[in-house]
Design a protein around this ligand. Structure first.
Ligand code: NDP
Length: 281
Protein backbone atom coordinates (compact mmCIF):
# COMPACT_ATOMS: atom_id res chain seq x y z
CA UNK A 1 0.00 0.00 0.00
CA UNK A 2 1.29 3.43 -0.94
CA UNK A 3 1.65 6.34 1.42
CA UNK A 4 -0.66 9.15 0.33
CA UNK A 5 1.02 12.47 -0.45
CA UNK A 6 -1.35 14.94 1.16
CA UNK A 7 -1.25 18.11 -0.95
CA UNK A 8 -4.05 19.69 1.03
CA UNK A 9 -2.05 19.43 4.26
CA UNK A 10 1.23 20.64 2.73
CA UNK A 11 -0.46 23.54 0.92
CA UNK A 12 -2.03 24.62 4.24
CA UNK A 13 1.43 24.46 5.87
CA UNK A 14 2.87 26.66 3.11
CA UNK A 15 0.00 29.13 3.31
CA UNK A 16 0.40 29.36 7.10
CA UNK A 17 4.15 29.99 6.72
CA UNK A 18 3.40 32.71 4.17
CA UNK A 19 0.72 34.21 6.40
CA UNK A 20 3.25 34.56 9.25
CA UNK A 21 5.83 36.05 6.86
CA UNK A 22 3.35 38.55 5.41
CA UNK A 23 2.33 39.61 8.95
CA UNK A 24 6.03 40.21 9.80
CA UNK A 25 6.53 42.24 6.63
CA UNK A 26 3.43 44.28 7.44
CA UNK A 27 5.04 45.27 10.76
CA UNK A 28 7.84 46.79 8.65
CA UNK A 29 5.19 48.68 6.66
CA UNK A 30 5.48 46.38 3.64
CA UNK A 31 2.30 45.19 1.92
CA UNK A 32 1.85 42.69 -0.89
CA UNK A 33 -0.68 42.90 -3.74
CA UNK A 34 -1.64 40.57 -6.58
CA UNK A 35 -3.60 41.80 -9.61
CA UNK A 36 -5.99 39.08 -10.80
CA UNK A 37 -7.35 39.55 -14.32
CA UNK A 38 -10.20 37.51 -15.77
CA UNK A 39 -11.55 38.12 -19.26
CA UNK A 40 -15.06 36.75 -19.84
CA UNK A 41 -16.99 34.55 -17.42
CA UNK A 42 -15.90 30.97 -18.13
CA UNK A 43 -17.25 29.06 -15.08
CA UNK A 44 -14.06 26.99 -14.54
CA UNK A 45 -11.91 30.14 -14.70
CA UNK A 46 -14.25 31.85 -12.23
CA UNK A 47 -13.73 28.97 -9.76
CA UNK A 48 -9.91 29.14 -10.15
CA UNK A 49 -9.88 32.94 -9.81
CA UNK A 50 -12.19 32.75 -6.77
CA UNK A 51 -9.88 30.23 -5.07
CA UNK A 52 -6.83 32.40 -5.76
CA UNK A 53 -8.53 35.45 -4.25
CA UNK A 54 -9.57 33.37 -1.22
CA UNK A 55 -5.98 32.24 -0.69
CA UNK A 56 -4.79 35.88 -0.93
CA UNK A 57 -7.31 36.89 1.73
CA UNK A 58 -6.20 34.04 4.03
CA UNK A 59 -2.52 34.98 3.77
CA UNK A 60 -2.97 38.74 3.93
CA UNK A 61 -2.11 39.50 0.31
CA UNK A 62 -4.32 42.18 -1.23
CA UNK A 63 -6.01 40.91 -4.40
CA UNK A 64 -6.92 43.57 -6.96
CA UNK A 65 -9.67 42.17 -9.11
CA UNK A 66 -10.07 43.02 -12.82
CA UNK A 67 -13.15 41.29 -14.24
CA UNK A 68 -13.25 42.29 -17.88
CA UNK A 69 -16.00 41.53 -20.42
CA UNK A 70 -15.50 38.84 -23.09
CA UNK A 71 -15.47 41.65 -25.71
CA UNK A 72 -12.25 43.17 -24.26
CA UNK A 73 -9.73 43.72 -27.07
CA UNK A 74 -6.10 42.62 -26.94
CA UNK A 75 -5.07 46.31 -26.99
CA UNK A 76 -7.26 47.05 -23.96
CA UNK A 77 -5.81 44.10 -22.04
CA UNK A 78 -2.24 45.05 -22.99
CA UNK A 79 -2.90 48.61 -21.83
CA UNK A 80 -4.14 47.35 -18.43
CA UNK A 81 -1.05 45.13 -18.09
CA UNK A 82 1.20 48.08 -18.95
CA UNK A 83 -0.49 50.13 -16.22
CA UNK A 84 -0.09 47.30 -13.68
CA UNK A 85 3.56 46.72 -14.70
CA UNK A 86 4.28 50.37 -13.82
CA UNK A 87 2.28 50.41 -10.56
CA UNK A 88 4.72 49.99 -7.61
CA UNK A 89 1.86 48.86 -5.35
CA UNK A 90 1.29 45.76 -7.54
CA UNK A 91 3.79 42.92 -6.99
CA UNK A 92 2.25 40.11 -9.04
CA UNK A 93 0.06 40.03 -12.15
CA UNK A 94 -2.03 36.99 -12.95
CA UNK A 95 -4.06 36.78 -16.14
CA UNK A 96 -6.30 33.72 -15.94
CA UNK A 97 -6.02 31.44 -18.97
CA UNK A 98 -7.57 30.48 -21.33
CA UNK A 99 -8.30 33.86 -22.88
CA UNK A 100 -11.03 34.44 -25.51
CA UNK A 101 -9.82 33.32 -28.95
CA UNK A 102 -9.47 36.90 -30.31
CA UNK A 103 -6.67 37.57 -27.78
CA UNK A 104 -3.25 36.02 -28.39
CA UNK A 105 -2.13 34.39 -25.12
CA UNK A 106 1.54 34.65 -26.05
CA UNK A 107 1.25 38.43 -26.52
CA UNK A 108 -0.21 38.71 -23.02
CA UNK A 109 2.34 36.37 -21.41
CA UNK A 110 5.18 38.34 -23.03
CA UNK A 111 3.71 41.68 -21.92
CA UNK A 112 3.68 40.90 -18.17
CA UNK A 113 6.88 42.15 -16.55
CA UNK A 114 9.12 39.15 -15.69
CA UNK A 115 9.42 40.70 -12.20
CA UNK A 116 5.65 40.43 -11.72
CA UNK A 117 5.18 37.16 -13.63
CA UNK A 118 4.08 35.08 -10.64
CA UNK A 119 2.78 32.33 -12.96
CA UNK A 120 6.34 31.82 -14.28
CA UNK A 121 5.20 31.78 -17.92
CA UNK A 122 7.32 34.67 -19.31
CA UNK A 123 10.12 33.48 -21.65
CA UNK A 124 12.71 35.24 -19.45
CA UNK A 125 11.64 33.20 -16.42
CA UNK A 126 11.46 30.01 -18.50
CA UNK A 127 14.97 30.77 -19.81
CA UNK A 128 16.24 31.29 -16.26
CA UNK A 129 14.91 27.87 -15.36
CA UNK A 130 16.70 26.32 -18.34
CA UNK A 131 20.10 27.81 -17.42
CA UNK A 132 19.66 27.34 -13.67
CA UNK A 133 19.30 31.04 -12.79
CA UNK A 134 16.80 32.39 -10.27
CA UNK A 135 13.34 33.30 -11.52
CA UNK A 136 9.68 32.51 -11.12
CA UNK A 137 8.77 28.90 -11.85
CA UNK A 138 5.42 27.62 -13.10
CA UNK A 139 3.35 26.92 -9.99
CA UNK A 140 2.16 23.32 -10.58
CA UNK A 141 5.63 21.80 -11.18
CA UNK A 142 7.12 23.94 -8.40
CA UNK A 143 4.41 22.57 -6.11
CA UNK A 144 5.30 18.99 -7.03
CA UNK A 145 8.97 19.57 -6.11
CA UNK A 146 7.83 21.05 -2.81
CA UNK A 147 5.65 17.97 -2.13
CA UNK A 148 8.54 15.59 -2.85
CA UNK A 149 10.90 17.60 -0.64
CA UNK A 150 8.50 17.88 2.28
CA UNK A 151 7.88 14.11 2.13
CA UNK A 152 11.68 13.66 2.01
CA UNK A 153 11.43 11.62 -1.18
CA UNK A 154 14.91 11.51 -2.75
CA UNK A 155 15.20 12.81 -6.32
CA UNK A 156 19.00 12.83 -6.71
CA UNK A 157 20.07 10.08 -9.11
CA UNK A 158 16.54 8.70 -9.49
CA UNK A 159 15.00 7.99 -12.87
CA UNK A 160 12.09 10.37 -13.30
CA UNK A 161 9.69 9.87 -16.20
CA UNK A 162 7.49 12.87 -17.01
CA UNK A 163 4.52 12.10 -19.25
CA UNK A 164 3.55 15.36 -21.00
CA UNK A 165 5.59 18.24 -22.43
CA UNK A 166 3.30 21.27 -22.09
CA UNK A 167 4.87 24.65 -21.37
CA UNK A 168 2.89 24.92 -18.14
CA UNK A 169 3.51 21.46 -16.64
CA UNK A 170 5.61 18.88 -18.50
CA UNK A 171 8.58 20.99 -19.67
CA UNK A 172 9.16 22.99 -16.47
CA UNK A 173 8.61 19.80 -14.46
CA UNK A 174 11.36 18.03 -16.37
CA UNK A 175 13.76 20.95 -15.92
CA UNK A 176 13.05 21.12 -12.19
CA UNK A 177 13.71 17.40 -11.80
CA UNK A 178 16.96 17.85 -13.71
CA UNK A 179 17.87 20.67 -11.29
CA UNK A 180 17.31 18.15 -8.47
CA UNK A 181 19.81 15.81 -10.20
CA UNK A 182 17.26 13.25 -11.34
CA UNK A 183 17.81 11.41 -14.62
CA UNK A 184 14.85 12.64 -16.64
CA UNK A 185 12.91 11.07 -19.52
CA UNK A 186 10.18 13.17 -21.16
CA UNK A 187 7.32 11.38 -22.93
CA UNK A 188 4.65 12.82 -25.23
CA UNK A 189 2.06 11.73 -27.76
CA UNK A 190 4.72 10.55 -30.25
CA UNK A 191 6.56 8.43 -27.69
CA UNK A 192 6.83 4.78 -28.61
CA UNK A 193 6.67 2.12 -25.88
CA UNK A 194 5.20 4.53 -23.32
CA UNK A 195 4.29 1.66 -21.01
CA UNK A 196 7.82 0.22 -21.00
CA UNK A 197 9.41 3.62 -20.37
CA UNK A 198 7.00 4.43 -17.53
CA UNK A 199 7.75 1.04 -15.96
CA UNK A 200 11.40 2.13 -15.61
CA UNK A 201 10.52 5.18 -13.52
CA UNK A 202 11.46 5.54 -9.87
CA UNK A 203 9.35 8.70 -9.95
CA UNK A 204 6.50 8.81 -12.48
CA UNK A 205 4.90 12.21 -13.07
CA UNK A 206 1.77 12.06 -15.21
CA UNK A 207 0.48 15.22 -16.92
CA UNK A 208 -1.12 13.72 -19.99
CA UNK A 209 -4.57 15.32 -19.73
CA UNK A 210 -6.44 12.04 -20.31
CA UNK A 211 -8.71 10.70 -17.56
CA UNK A 212 -7.59 7.44 -15.89
CA UNK A 213 -5.07 6.61 -18.65
CA UNK A 214 -2.21 5.23 -16.58
CA UNK A 215 -2.92 1.86 -14.96
CA UNK A 216 -0.89 -0.57 -12.84
CA UNK A 217 0.86 -2.00 -15.92
CA UNK A 218 2.64 1.37 -16.42
CA UNK A 219 4.10 1.38 -12.91
CA UNK A 220 7.18 -0.26 -11.39
CA UNK A 221 6.84 -1.77 -7.91
CA UNK A 222 7.43 0.88 -5.23
CA UNK A 223 7.53 3.78 -7.68
CA UNK A 224 6.51 7.27 -6.56
CA UNK A 225 3.49 8.32 -8.65
CA UNK A 226 2.45 11.96 -9.07
CA UNK A 227 -0.85 12.54 -10.83
CA UNK A 228 -1.24 16.06 -12.23
CA UNK A 229 -4.47 15.44 -14.17
CA UNK A 230 -7.82 16.82 -13.12
CA UNK A 231 -11.01 15.66 -14.81
CA UNK A 232 -14.68 15.21 -13.98
CA UNK A 233 -16.02 11.72 -14.62
CA UNK A 234 -19.54 10.75 -15.74
CA UNK A 235 -20.76 11.05 -12.12
CA UNK A 236 -19.26 14.57 -11.96
CA UNK A 237 -16.60 13.35 -9.50
CA UNK A 238 -12.98 14.48 -9.82
CA UNK A 239 -10.42 12.00 -11.13
CA UNK A 240 -6.85 12.15 -12.39
CA UNK A 241 -4.78 10.81 -15.29
CA UNK A 242 -3.95 7.74 -13.18
CA UNK A 243 -6.27 4.84 -12.30
CA UNK A 244 -5.77 5.41 -8.58
CA UNK A 245 -7.20 2.18 -7.17
CA UNK A 246 -5.04 0.07 -9.55
CA UNK A 247 -1.80 1.97 -9.05
CA UNK A 248 -1.98 2.71 -5.34
CA UNK A 249 -1.25 -0.87 -4.14
CA UNK A 250 1.89 -0.97 -6.31
CA UNK A 251 3.34 2.47 -5.56
CA UNK A 252 5.39 3.56 -2.54
CA UNK A 253 3.90 7.08 -2.59
CA UNK A 254 1.01 8.48 -4.61
CA UNK A 255 -0.88 11.77 -4.91
CA UNK A 256 -4.68 11.47 -4.80
CA UNK A 257 -7.06 13.50 -6.99
CA UNK A 258 -8.45 15.64 -5.50
CA UNK A 259 -6.18 16.68 -2.64
CA UNK A 260 -2.76 15.97 -4.20
CA UNK A 261 -1.12 18.28 -6.71
CA UNK A 262 -4.12 20.62 -7.16
CA UNK A 263 -3.92 22.53 -3.85
CA UNK A 264 -0.17 23.05 -4.30
CA UNK A 265 -0.60 25.19 -7.42
CA UNK A 266 -2.30 28.01 -5.51
CA UNK A 267 0.11 27.72 -2.56
CA UNK A 268 3.08 28.20 -4.94
CA UNK A 269 1.36 31.13 -6.65
CA UNK A 270 1.08 32.80 -3.24
CA UNK A 271 4.74 31.94 -2.57
CA UNK A 272 5.78 33.56 -5.86
CA UNK A 273 3.76 36.67 -5.04
CA UNK A 274 5.47 37.14 -1.65
CA UNK A 275 8.87 36.51 -3.32
CA UNK A 276 8.08 39.17 -5.96
CA UNK A 277 7.33 41.66 -3.22
CA UNK A 278 10.52 40.82 -1.28
CA UNK A 279 12.76 40.86 -4.34
CA UNK A 280 11.49 43.79 -6.33
CA UNK A 281 9.64 46.34 -4.13
P1 NDP B 1 -1.73 19.54 -22.28
O1 NDP B 1 -2.94 18.98 -22.94
O2 NDP B 1 -1.24 20.90 -22.63
O3 NDP B 1 -0.51 18.52 -22.47
C1 NDP B 1 -0.69 17.13 -22.43
C2 NDP B 1 0.61 16.47 -22.77
O4 NDP B 1 0.41 15.06 -22.74
C3 NDP B 1 1.14 16.82 -24.16
O5 NDP B 1 2.51 17.08 -24.10
C4 NDP B 1 0.84 15.59 -24.99
O6 NDP B 1 1.81 15.31 -25.99
C5 NDP B 1 0.91 14.50 -23.94
N1 NDP B 1 0.08 13.35 -24.34
C6 NDP B 1 -1.19 13.35 -24.75
N2 NDP B 1 -1.60 12.10 -25.06
C7 NDP B 1 -0.53 11.30 -24.85
C8 NDP B 1 -0.31 9.90 -24.98
N3 NDP B 1 -1.28 9.08 -25.40
N4 NDP B 1 0.90 9.41 -24.68
C9 NDP B 1 1.89 10.22 -24.24
N5 NDP B 1 1.73 11.56 -24.08
C10 NDP B 1 0.53 12.09 -24.39
O7 NDP B 1 -2.04 19.46 -20.72
P2 NDP B 1 -1.39 20.22 -19.46
O8 NDP B 1 0.06 19.91 -19.38
O9 NDP B 1 -1.82 21.63 -19.42
O10 NDP B 1 -2.17 19.46 -18.28
C11 NDP B 1 -2.09 18.06 -18.10
C12 NDP B 1 -3.13 17.65 -17.08
O11 NDP B 1 -2.86 18.29 -15.85
C13 NDP B 1 -4.56 18.03 -17.45
O12 NDP B 1 -5.43 17.02 -16.97
C14 NDP B 1 -4.81 19.31 -16.69
O13 NDP B 1 -6.15 19.51 -16.37
C15 NDP B 1 -4.00 19.05 -15.44
N6 NDP B 1 -3.51 20.26 -14.77
C16 NDP B 1 -3.62 20.30 -13.42
C17 NDP B 1 -3.14 21.37 -12.72
C18 NDP B 1 -3.25 21.35 -11.25
O14 NDP B 1 -3.17 22.40 -10.62
N7 NDP B 1 -3.40 20.18 -10.64
C19 NDP B 1 -2.53 22.53 -13.38
C20 NDP B 1 -2.37 22.35 -14.82
C21 NDP B 1 -2.86 21.25 -15.48
P3 NDP B 1 2.05 16.28 -27.28
O15 NDP B 1 2.87 17.41 -26.76
O16 NDP B 1 2.80 15.41 -28.23
O17 NDP B 1 0.70 16.70 -27.75
Amino acid sequence: MAQLIDGKKISKEIKDELKAEVAELLKQGKTCALAVIQVGDDPASSVYVGNKKKACAYIGIESLSYELPESTTEEELLSLIDKLNKDPKVHGILCQLPLPSHICEDHIIHAISPKKDVDGFHPQNVGNLVIGEKGFVSCTPAGIIELLKRYQIPMDGKHCVVVGRSNIVGKPMSLLMLRENATVTICHSHTQNLKEICREADILIVAIGKPRYIGADYVKDNAVVIDVGIHRNAENKLCGDVIFEEVEPKASYITPVPGGVGPMTIAMLMHNCVEAMKLYS
